[in-house]
Design a protein around this ligand. Structure first.
Ligand code: UT7
Length: 331
């Protein structure tokens, strides 16, 4: 597929140190640790201190990823920041990160695809490297979800956390390793099921929108759940089929972490046993664009992900956005 094969040259993540546990939430809203664990698999999430923004988390992950790739900030040609919580509507968080890390020769932009922002950014970045216009691309997934969560709404506030992950993409040194293929789709008919209604051009910020708490995440959980269960499995099947593969040939399934039940049903559909599925939602919650790099990082650190492994990354997010990327891991 690619003009030239593109590899993930390094990976790094960052989460803010402060924890928000289920026990903390029990004191804030009408919920229980048991309900949250059973329905979602989440035990705790990391939350920023006031004043810390997405670009701060993104820059931490980015600096470390560049170092691990054996590069300097000025070697980076392109920065893509996948996020749904930019520091500001503009300038882009990519511009803020570029300045913070001193990537003086890079251009870049933000990519809005909610929970699919990392899979989409990986695809866009790798296609630009594959085409030859860019050598080293920094792809970041970062979100400060706590900045748009209503901590009086028990249906959403138990779900999300803050975090960032970054990878450096470059032409593969070994043509067998790297990003092999992708499959993406969007379904805008689901836009109302998961959104932040106010603060954009449709409903600019006003006293009224603030009073009505419209600058927070609103979700119809069951609609999103059903869509995610069906479409995560389906898109993985399509990508496997096109590559003449079955789930049994995959070494690891690395899904967006929104709900343990969604991940396990998709894994089951493509025939992946539990021991090949990465689950770390218990420690981080749903960090939106950062879940997949955080899951990859855990898999590497625990020794479950090794050079040469064939892995499937997959996501479903607001929009709806759906993504799947097939990778032969090279680190
Ligand atoms: O990454 C972006 C994509 N987002 C997702 O993938 C999220 C998809 N949705 C989900 O993961 C699930 O729908 C949730 C975890 C959000 C909710 O789980 P559910 O099993 O679909 O529960 P529900 O919304 O049907 O609610 C069941 C009950 C309700 O009470 P009643 O009406 O049965 O009396 C809720 O009011 O659970 C209640 N409930 C809670 N109870 C305790 C909702 N939130 C809570 C809570 N604690 N935090």
């Amino acid at each position: 597929m690619n003009v030239r094969r593109v590899e993930i040259k390094s990976l790094a993540t960052y989460v803010p140190p402060r924890l928000l546990t289920n026990a903390d939430l029990e004191k804030m809203i009408d919920t229980t640790d048991e309900w949250i664990m059973q329905r979602t698999g989440i035990r705790q999430r990391h939350i920023v201190d006031p004043g810390v923004a997405t670009s701060d988390l993104a820059a931490e992950a980015a600096k470390e990823a560049i170092k691990r790739a054996g590069l300097k900030p000025e070697d980076i040609d392109l920065i893509i920041v996948g996020t749904v919580t930019p520091d500001m509507l503009f300038p882009s968080t990519a511009c803020l990160v570029q300045h913070k890390i001193g990537a003086t020769k890079a251009w870049g932009f933000d990519l809005s695809a909610a929970c699919s922002a990392f899979t989409y950014s990986l695809t866009v970045g790798s296609q630009l490297v594959a085409a030859g216009g860019v050598k080293n691309a920094l792809v970041i997934g970062a979100d400060v979800m706590s900045s748009i969560i209503d901590y009086t709404d028990r249906a959403t506030c138990v779900l999300f956390g803050d975090g960032a992950g970054a990878v450096v993409l470059a032409p593969s040194s070994d043509p067998n390793l790297g990003i092999l293929d992708f499959e993406h789709m969007i379904d805008g008919s689901g836009g109302g099921a998961l959104c932040m209604p106010a603060g954009g051009s449709r409903m600019p910020a006003s006293h009224e929108t603030v009073d009505q708490r419209l600058h927070y995440v609103k979700q119809d959980g069951q609609t999103v759940f059903k869509f995610a269960v069906r479409n995560t499995g389906e898109i993985c099947e399509r990508l496997l089929k096109r590559n003449n593969l079955t789930g049994h040939e995959l070494d690891l399934f690395v899904s967006h972490q929104a709900n343990k039940r969604i991940i396990m049903s998709a894994a089951e559909r493509i025939g992946m046993p539990e021991e090949k599925v990465v689950i770390n939602i218990d420690r981080f919650g749903n960090t939106t664009a950062a879940t997949i790099p955080l899951a990859l990082n855990d898999a590497v650190e625990s020794g479950r992900l090794k050079k040469g492994h064939l892995i499937m990354l997959t996501s479903v997010g607001a929009g709806f956005t759906v993504g799947s990327v097939l990778v032969r891991w090279g680190l």
